[in-house]
Structure formats: C-alpha cells, structure tokens
Design a binder for this molecule. Structure first.
Ligand SMILES: Nc1ncnc2c1ncn2[C@@H]1O[C@H](COP(=O)(O)OP(=O)(O)OP(=O)(O)O)[C@@H](O)[C@H]1O
Length: 401
C-alpha cells in the first residue's frame, strides 16, 4: 500500500525493565550480562531491549514474535501505558516520554487509540453508548459524540445496530464494536494488540479486509501486534520481528522473506503461503542462454550459439536489455528451411511482468513449454522461471541461496 514517508512515531533506544531497580539491571546489561543472568541474580526482567525504529504516517506496522518476546510491552510503551525505563519516544516530534499527565491524557484521547483482543463492552449500555463512551468521558457533548459514534459504526458496517445490546451481537460483531470505539476518536494512530486473534478464521480474514479497506479511505497509522504470520503478511506494510525483547529485523514482508536476518526468522517463514507474497522478480533466475541481437545476428549464428550451450532454446534480447522472445533449435531450423528471418523463429510464449504475484502467473507458466521470461515495466529481460523452479518454491519455500 502507498504511504507517505513522514515519520509519525519515532522510537529511540527504548528499554523496559520490570523490577525493583531497573537502573541496576540496565547497568548489568551494559556490562555484558545476559537477560537470563540478570533475571537469575535479581529477578528483574528486561521486557524490551534497545528498541529503535520509525513508523511512517499511513502505514500498517506489524509487530510479530513468539509469546513473551516483548510485543505487548513495546506497544504499551508507545502510549506510556507502560513507562519506559530509558530511551525516547516521539509522536509527530512531540517527546512523549516528557509529557506531564494532563498532556499524556490529551494525546491518548486525540491522537492514539488502542484496540485489545478482549475488551469489555458494558452489557447494560447499548452499542451506540458503548462506542461513544470514551468521548463522553472526554466531555464531548451528546450530539457530537453520537454523530461520531454513528459514523464509526458505519465504517465497520454496524450502523443498524446502535440500539442493540452487546449480548445480541456475535463475537465478530462485538470485535467490530471495539474497532468502532477506537475509530470514534478519529485517532491518527491506532494500536491494535492481537485485536483479531480471538475471532474464528473466516471472521478474522473479514476483519483484516475491513481494516485494509478502512486504510484506503482514511490513512491512519496502525501498529498491529500479531503472532500470526499470514495475518502479518496480509495486512503489514512492514513487519518488525521481536525475539527475546529485541527487534531482530524490520522490513516489508518481501524483504524479510527474501533476506531473513537469522535462522529464527527463517523458521518463521517456513511454510508460509508464498504465492500471495512473492512476485515473479523474487524467484526469477538469470539463465546463461541469452542471445543478444547485434547486427548480423541471424539464424545461423543463433543455431550455433544454442548448440554451443548444449541447449535447445535461448532468450533473444536487444542490446538495450529489452526482451524480444524465445528462439528454439526447432523454430530456427524450420525458418532456415523456409527462408525466414530470425524474428520469424520467435515462438509464441509471452513473458510475465516481474511485479505479478505467483498466484497471478502460475497458469501461464503451466501452459508454457519453455521457462517463462520475466520482464520489468520497461520490457527489459530480468530472468526466467521454470516449472521446476516454481515447484521447488512450493515445496521448500524460498531457497535462501
Ligand atoms: N508487569 C510485568 N512484570 C514483570 N514482567 C513482565 C511484565 N509484563 C511483561 N513482563 C515480561 O516481559 C516479557 C515480555 O512480555 P510481553 O507480554 O511484552 O510479551 P508478548 O510478546 O506480548 O507475549 P504474548 O504474545 O504472550 O502476549 C516477558 O518475559 C514477560 O514475562
């Protein structure tokens, strides 16, 4: 998804120590003690260690990691539901770590909302009142808060349920109400902590679509915690992977899949549905058998070239890199026989664009006899994808060569 690269949230060297003497624990860390040693000696836990990153306006930034890796702690540091032990956090250049209580409350009301996995709707209040409750606490008048609540309910497709009560709604609908409650504040930033994890898979996918749709109409900055890789890939513009309190990699799903920083991350991505993540450019390979169209490159030269490579086909390319087509021994010989040109020998198998996802070009490759050429927007040759290459990616995921 497109987003402007304005920094919305900046986190600089943030640490969180849980325990009695956090400064002492930080000192031990500086002196090279491991988290395990510190915990053993002092009982203190390093929840987040030296986190530094930036989140851009309008992006969905997913924080992923195993249970206990520090995701919830990190997200709660952003709005200071948890106080950082050291480090700085900026929202729109405001230093959040320095705000007094009053300003902090103001920022939480106006700029940053949070959606949890399980949140309590008030059973005795109807949906409209539940959604506008936060605004009521902020002193917004009745008319304005009902308008905002109704608008938020509309955004999640529940505009007709304002007068219903929570126990009349399904789990998925209740989660939508939770989302509407966060939207009613019209926040710049939404923090979503495993917001969809309690939902059954179908409804969960529906909610992910809903979130993406909402993002299309109003570009909010969303920080989304998930332990589910498919979800992270589906909705994340970028993903940060946490491991034992530290961020071990940040990147787009493609970047991480293609270049995992370590074995832990690699193991995360094993078995992921690559067809919806990887594009042709990610799996295309350059092959040796390319013939450059120089002056005088005719059928004879092409035949010679292909036999030299002990092959029966080659990719024909302009000097500029522009892709022309596939030449085969058979088609060249035929044109030689009938007196045609090298261009007449090009066989009818179209190249695919490098930006297509695997799921979009699978059938092309299946229908082609020869490995399919991959071209960029300008028509330049970028490599080829064979059926066997595709099968390998399916079987083994990406090969990290
Ligand atoms: N209030 C607390 N006091 C002491 N330790 C804590 C506290 N909150 C979190 N921790 C510890 O900090 C570490 C990170 O926990 P956190 O809840 O942030 O992880 P998580 O990745 O969100 O896990 P999960 O997916 O299970 O929610 C864990 O070792 C946890 O035990």
């Amino acid at each position: 998804m497109y987003y402007k690269k304005n920094k919305k949230l900046v986190v600089k060297n943030v640490f969180k120590v849980f325990g009695e003497e956090p400064k002492k624990a930080l000192k031990m860390l500086q002196n090279g003690k491991s988290k395990e040693e510190i915990f053993k000696k002092t009982g203190m836990t390093i929840g987040v260690q030296d986190a530094s990153f930036e989140i851009y306006e309008g992006e969905i930034f997913v924080i992923m990691g195993l249970s206990g890796s520090g995701k919830s702690t990190l997200v709660r540091l952003l709005n200071r539901l948890i106080e950082p032990t050291s480090g700085k956090i900026y929202i729109d250049e405001t230093d959040v770590t320095n705000l007094n209580d009053k300003d902090l409350i103001e920022i939480r009301r106006k700029k940053i909302s949070m959606v949890f996995q399980s949140f309590a709707l008030m059973p005795h209040m109807n949906i409209l009142d539940n959604v506008s409750f936060g605004l009521e606490l902020s002193g917004v008048d009745k008319k304005s808060r009902y308008e905002a609540a109704l608008d938020a309910l509309k955004q999640v497709g529940l505009e007709n349920y304002g007068l219903s009560y929570p126990d009349e709604l399904s789990g998925g609908m209740q989660q939508r109400v939770g989302l509407a409650r966060a939207l009613a504040n019209n926040p710049d930033i939404m923090l979503m902590d495993e917001a969809f994890s309690a939902l059954d898979p179908l409804i969960r996918t529906e909610m992910q679509d809903e979130l993406l749709q909402l993002q299309n109409s109003a570009q909010r900055t969303i920080v989304f915690i998930s332990h589910d890789l498919d979800e992270a890939i589906r909705i994340g513009d970028r993903i940060a992977i946490m491991q034992n309190g530290e961020i071990s990699q940040i990147g787009t799903p493609e970047e991480i899949i293609n270049n995992p920083a370590n074995d832990y991350i690699k193991s995360f991505f094993k078995g992921v549905d690559v067809t919806s993540v990887l594009t042709a450019s990610h799996i295309a390979k350059k092959v040796r058998s390319t013939i450059i169209n120089k002056e005088g490159t005719g059928i004879k030269a092409a035949l010679q070239y292909i036999s030299d490579f002990d092959d029966d086909y080659a990719y024909f390319i302009e000097k500029s890199g522009k892709y022309i087509g596939i030449l085969t021994l058979e088609s060249l010989k035929e044109q030689k026989r009938v007196g045609g040109t090298i261009h007449d020998a090009i066989i009818d198998e179209s190249p695919i664009n490098e930006n297509l996802q695997i799921s979009e070009f699978i059938s092309d490759i299946a229908e082609h006899k020869y490995p399919t050429a991959v071209i960029n927007e300008e028509g330049k040759y970028k490599g080829t994808i064979s059926k066997s290459r595709l099968l390998k990616v399916f079987d083994e995921g990406v090969d990290y060569e």
